[in-house]
Design a protein around this ligand. Sequence first.
Ligand code: SF4
Ligand code: SF4
Length: 108
Amino acid sequence: MTYVITQACVDVLDKACIDECPVDCIYEGDRMLYIHPDECVDCGACEPVCPVEAIYYEDDVPDKWKDFYNANVDFFSDLGSPGGAAKTGKIGKDHPLVAALPPQGEGH
Ligand code: SF4
Ligand code: SF4
């Protein structure tokens, strides 16, 4: 099981969640952040600090954002398990679902 970052993070990525994660498993894509499904230990520390409520436990992801579960998982399909977001640094790509979104702004 894992926590999942959803659409509200896109073009926001203020990174408040990164400071809370005890295992450094929240990775930075180009337009949003992604939680590594195998490295996440389900502690829940990131969820309450997100200012836009983008983070959900996987069973609690709203239906309209269900596709973001796969977006978080598939983002790592060619990266494997890097074992730490800080040392990995910014990953200059996004899942196609995210890359196809128009620019997101306040209130969207
Ligand atoms: S705290 Fe929320 S909006 Fe900020 S980077 Fe994390 S998931 Fe994205
Ligand atoms: S639930 Fe815990 S381990 Fe998983 S991403 Fe959030 S802070 Fe990191």
